[in-house]
Design a protein around this ligand. Structure first.
Ligand code: DGL
Length: 272
């Protein structure tokens, strides 16, 4: 049974989920966190549904083994492919990033024309169109895969002529569709927010799913009576696990988390 003093578990295919950790720390500073980045098997964004469901299940089992009270699937690809399976098979609260992003986009849009950008797998999964039509069957959704954005964010090319050129090309169909709310449907995209905003123009609301899922997690903890008793007070522990050597993750962590992640250990999730 989940208990309030336990940690929130978060998993991602790699490092990008630290954008969700950053928002959780900001919103819920007293909550202990356990993060798993599946760095040995990243990227998920070009893999099949079956593979992503298998990896995601192993990640959930690993986090449950660490006694977490709730799981946040920070990875959009994993949320798109695996969330229905995970919520069916596990009784702990498990939140994904798709629904909170869609809710915020529909609330922000005046025209009902919204856009989403993500990995090839996320766009191909049909998860966003399904979530939009469940909430507002009249809304029009335009999707675009932007696979190079992941690499540009990891390279730190967040304010670069090359990035601007690529963004103009990827975002052209969204501009053409005249969307007025755009969901950043991938863990890495919040890092490119200023270039994306520049290309889309000031009238388009950019929806950061990391912020939205952190808000959702805050609401669900409250609703279930699972908010940490020392909320806002005690120093909360944060542990980071990766499935490949931790050096690369530690070095890049500053870019995604705003500071270097300490306390990073290597694990083999397939052994749980
Ligand atoms: N974390 C992935 C996502 O949000 C991006 C990286 C990958 O392809 O694994 O979809």
């Amino acid at each position: 049974m989940p208990s309030a003093p336990s940690a929130i578990g978060i998993f991602d295919s790699g490092i990008g989920g630290l954008t969700v950790v950053k928002e959780l720390v900001d919103l819920l500073p007293g909550e202990p966190l356990v993060y798993l980045g599946d760095t040995a098997r990243v990227p998920y964004g070009n893999k099949s549904r079956e593979t992503v469901v298998k990896f995601s299940t192993e990640n959930v089992l690993f986090l449950l083994h660490h006694g977490v009270k709730m799981i946040v699937v920070a990875c959009h690809t994993a949320s798109s492919f695996a969330l229905p399976f995970l919520t069916r098979h596990f009784s702990h609260p498990i939140l994904g990033v798709i629904e909170p992003g869609v809710e915020a986009a529909l609330a922000a849009s005046r025209s009902g024309r919204i856009g989403v950008i993500g990995t090839q797998a996320t766009v191909g999964s049909g998860a966003y169109p399904a979530a939009v039509s469940r909430r507002d069957p009249k809304a029009r959704l335009t999707q675009a895969a932007c696979p190079l954005f992941v690499h540009l964010a990891e390279e730190g090319w967040v304010d670069d002529a090359v990035t601007r050129q690529i963004a103009r090309r990827y975002l052209a169909p969204l501009k053409q569709a005249r969307v007025d709310a755009l969901i950043l449907g991938c863990t890495h995209y919040p890092l490119l927010k200023s270039v994306i905003g520049e290309v889309m123009g000031p009238r388009v609301a950019l929806i950061d799913s990391a912020r939205q899922v952190a808000l959702k997690a805050q609401g669900v903890l409250k609703e279930l009576g699972l908010t940490h008793p020392a909320h806002g007070g005690a120093f909360a522990s944060r542990r980071f696990f990766v499935t490949d050597e931790p050096g690369h993750f530690e070095r890049l962590s500053r870019r995604f988390l705003g500071r270097r992640a300490g306390n990073v250990s290597r694990v083999d999730v397939a052994k749980i």
